[in-house]
Design a protein around this ligand. Structure first.
Ligand code: FRU
Length: 480
């Protein structure tokens, strides 16, 4: 049955059929969350890119819509964003009826083959029916390539203080900011990052937005990088700093990662959500995303995550945790008795259902190793835990299921513990073929996919005598 095939996530968005990578055009408009996505509707591997489209009222239940953007003579439709042009700066709408405008990269495969360096250009398209149908602008592209091979993934927002649109664009080893009065004419403002952050691969999919901490405004810049992630392959780093409408100035030189796991890439945030910032990433890694053993579709998105800032050890960090809307699909809450937890060294429970959300709180006064293991009758097991000696969290997929499909599948991934708190919070979202660990309120995160022969139906916690203050198990309903 569609959406119930082997490995099909039950709490995460994945395309009905065929391939997806990056989330695109995320915007909230008239009560609907739009999620466009890199899509190849003819195969389960990457190919000529289209924009698929899905909509949701609650960030959890998704309905797939017809394809929004098809490749054309200017090329494939690569990643980008969507804005609502409330003031009709583009002239595509009318005062009372604003247009949704998509800003995306046209990637010309012929130009690429011929050795040209100007085969990626920025174009726009608009919709007057809330994203159902799209018209490409006749004078595309609107931002021409100045001679930089990697010139893509425009993320645009309205910068009210300067009465202009601001675009963040990935330009090889840096982010270039542009501005525009009308989404059609773009002017370069500045470059950021060639000497900062991680540079093990090309920079992609930026996002720039403000967030408040104790009433003070900061700007966060997300930058995906591939390869060069902390555990190999693709990953997303971020910078916290200030933006004046022209330049981004980071407030620290520390390289930071929104998620250290192997499978959270190209994530950005929804536009038009006010002070709330919700992030979603592609649950894949370019090292092996084309090879994972699914049949009718390939790859899914992460759980939408609420972003906040947090002051820890003298620096400002970005935290991400599952959006509270996830509670909508909680079927029941099983609170494991505190006394039982105190007595037991190995807690064991039978899980009848996947997906499930687990919330645990360890008392870290006596710092020891601890772990959570999910296993099945086929002898497979997935482990997430804390390695006290190296003060880091980990995810171990060594015995978690099929992993021979790619030599580049990395079985282990680590995330340093950043928190200095005496308790450690573990929030886990486990789906049929993915796990997301949010440790310490989302400061140290690890996301990974896995492919077991049978669903995991057992949970054990090895706490080595460490006190577990709290353990809660919440089976989730399928969204399909
Ligand atoms: C990131 C990325 C983007 C590009 C898209 C192509 O995963 O490489 O830079 O626009 O995928 O599908």
């Amino acid at each position: 049955k569609l959406y119930h095939e082997p490995y099909r996530p039950q709490a995460h968005f994945s395309p009905k059929t065929m391939w997806t990578n990056d989330p695109n055009g995320m915007v909230y408009y008239k009560g609907t969350y739009h999620l466009f996505f890199q899509h190849y509707p003819k195969a389960t591997v990457w190919g000529p890119m289209h924009w698929g489209h899905a909509v949701s009222k609650d960030l959890i239940h998704w309905k797939q819509m017809p394809i929004a953007l098809y490749p054309d003579k200017l090329g494939y439709i690569f990643s980008g964003s969507v804005v609502v042009d409330e003031n009709n700066t583009s002239g595509f709408g009318t005062k009372g009826k604003p247009a949704m405008v998509a800003i995306f990269t046209h990637h010309d495969p012929k130009g690429e083959k011929s050795g040209s360096s100007v085969f990626q250009n920025q174009s726009i398209a608009y919709s007057l029916d809330e994203g159902a149908t799209w018209t490409k602008y006749a004078a595309n592209p609107v931002l021409k390539n100045p001679g930089i091979k990697d010139f893509r993934d425009p993320k645009v927002f309205w910068y009210a203080a300067g009465n202009k649109w601001v675009m963040s664009l990935a330009t090889k080893d840096r982010i270039t900011f542009y501005s525009s009065p009308n989404l059609k004419d773009w002017k370069k403002e500045s470059d950021f990052g060639q000497m900062l952050g991680a540079h093990g691969g090309v920079w992609e999919c930026p996002d720039l937005f403000p967030l408040k901490l104790n009433g003070k405004e900061y700007w966060v810049l997300l930058v995906s990088i591939n390869p060069g992630g902390p555990n190999g392959g693709s990953a997303t780093q971020y910078f916290v700093g200030h933006f004046d409408g022209s330049k981004f100035i980071p407030s620290s030189n520390q390289t930071k990662w929104i998620d250290f796991g192997p499978d959270n890439y190209a994530g950005v945030t929804w536009g038009n959500t006010g002070n709330r910032k919700v992030f979603l990433g592609w649950m894949g890694n370019w090292f092996y995303a084309n090879d994972v053993p699914t049949l009718k579709w390939r790859n899914a998105m992460t759980i939408p995550r609420e972003l906040s800032l947090k002051l820890t050890a003298g620096d400002i960090w970005l935290t991400s945790t599952p959006v509270e809307e996830l509670d909508k699909i909680v079927t029941k809450t099983i609170k494991v008795d505190a006394e039982l937890l105190a007595k037991n060294n190995n807690i064991f429970s039978v899980i009848k259902q996947t997906p499930t959300q687990y919330t645990l709180k360890f008392n870290t006064k006596a710092v020891k190793d601890y772990s959570v293991m999910l296993s099945n009758d086929a002898g497979e097991a997935l482990v997430v835990g804390y390695d006290a000696k190296n003060s880091r969290y980990y995810i171990d997929r060594t015995k978690a299921g099929q992993n021979k499909f790619s030599k580049q599948f990395m079985p282990k991934a680590y995330a340093p513990r950043l928190s200095t708190s005496l308790t450690s919070d573990f929030e886990l979202v486990v789906d049929v073929s993915s796990i997301e660990l949010f440790a310490d309120g989302g400061l140290s995160n690890l996301t990974g996919v896995f492919f077991p022969k049978k669903p995991y139906n057992r949970l054990s916690i090895i706490n080595n005598g460490m006190e577990i203050e709290h353990l809660q198990i919440q089976p989730l309903k399928s969204i399909w």
